[in-house]
Design a protein around this ligand. Structure first.
Ligand SMILES: NC(=O)C1=CN([C@@H]2O[C@H](COP(=O)(O)OP(=O)(O)OC[C@H]3O[C@@H](n4cnc5c(N)ncnc54)[C@H](O)[C@@H]3O)[C@@H](O)[C@H]2O)C=CC1
Ligand SMILES: Cc1ncc(C=O)c(C(=O)O)c1O
Length: 309
């Protein structure tokens, strides 16, 4: 039974995840190596709680469902039934965390990674009880998107997968168990196929970035929220898909390295909203306004999709 959860790493993903778990009645202890990240996470927590209210996700009874922040990793993980690791997407950074917590947790504590796509089998090499390690891949923003992928590595015990799947269900979220530990799992394989083509089209001057977003959001995104890709094939007709894919697949980007446009921007520390500039530019005020506007729209769409409006 999972009651107490340690969330390790409070950057983009950690705070919303902590808020959503607490709303599900779990006792969360949240830790980051950077004091500034802890401070930022504290303020993000109340923003996420307001969004959870607008999704009508009822608060748990008083006394359960709390988030406590700590700057001590031993304090964070001691007594935890589940540790969710949310540190940067880098095997050696993640391995350091696993090594640090290895001696601090019980042998049956589950260690989940929110990795975007590092195979769980690789991460398991760095922990002494690999049967208790599992992928638990949330989607950003984690307090709003209900789907979470659950991935077993080669050494993950089936019971570990079942426990995490049941936990996700028990707090009203939607687990999807991925059957093979492939890089990127399923969500990011699909997303990165789309992003590779989108970046390539902008880089080749086929379309401007703003128009690319209009085309994809209104042409594909809006539709795909209602009709998934497999159902869409049937709606369009497999005969049409066969004809178009027979000439188009060979023309799609098959780049197997990072696009120069992305390398150029990241080398200039243009990471997107978090640094004020990426594909577009953002003042701090614009970034804040954009975040609440996006949350408001995602909540409205989700309420409709769930048949609550
Ligand atoms: N950004 C996204 O949209 C998504 C990211 N992910 C995955 O979640 C993980 C975290 O991603 P983000 O939150 O975006 O990263 P981030 O870079 O925004 O935050 C990472 C946090 O980890 C902290 N950190 C670094 N080393 C640490 C350590 N040894 N102990 C404790 N904290 C440490 C950093 O101070 C930072 O606050 C990555 O594996 C990423 O691929 C998964 C889903 C979506
Ligand atoms: C660009 C990008 N990369 C990874 C992830 C998740 O792992 C996301 C997301 O959840 O939105 C993303 O947008």
């Amino acid at each position: 039974m999972i009651r107490r959860i340690a969330v390790i790493g409070l950057g983009t993903m950690g705070p919303g995840m902590a808020a959503r778990l607490a709303r599900g009645g779990l006792q969360v202890v949240a830790y980051d190596v950077a004091p500034a990240a802890i401070e930022r996470a504290r303020s993000m927590l109340s923003v996420a709680e307001t969004v959870l209210d607008s999704l009508d996700i009822a608060p748990p009874p008083a006394g359960v469902g709390t988030v406590r922040f700590t700057d001590d990793i031993a304090d964070a993980v001691s007594g935890a039934d589940l540790v969710i690791e949310n540190v940067p997407e880098n095997i050696s950074v993640k391995a350091d965390v696993y090594r640090t917590i290895d001696g601090l947790i019980a042998s049956d504590t589950i260690v989940a990674s929110d990795t975007s796509g590092i195979p769980i089998t690789k991460l398991q090499e760095h922990i002494s009880h690999p049967e208790r390690m599992v992928g638990m891949h949330w989607s950003n923003p984690p307090h709003i998107i209900p789907m979470i992928e659950v991935i077993a590595g080669e050494k993950t015990a089936p019971q570990t997968v079942a426990t995490i799947r049941d936990l996700i269900r028990s707090i009203g979220l939607l687990p999807v168990v991925v059957k093979k530990d492939v890089p990127g799992f399923v969500e990011n394989r699909v997303l990165y196929a789309l992003l590779r083509e989108a970046v390539d089209l902008v880089e080749r001057g086929v379309i401007d970035p703003e128009d690319l977003d209009t085309c994809v959001s209104w042409g594909i995104g809006y539709k795909i929220a209602v009709i998934g890709p497999m159902a869409l094939l049937d709606m369009a007709g497999l005969d049409i898909y066969k004809s178009v894919s027979s000439f188009l697949n060979a023309d799609l980007s098959n780049r197997d390295d990072v696009a120069p446009m992305v390398l150029e921007k990241t080398e200039a520390s243009k990471f997107g909203i978090k640094s004020g500039e990426g594909m577009f530019s953002y003042t701090p005020e614009q970034a804040k306004a954009l975040q609440s506007e996006r949350a408001r729209k995602l909540v409205a769409v989700r309420r409709i999709l769930e048949g609550r409006e």
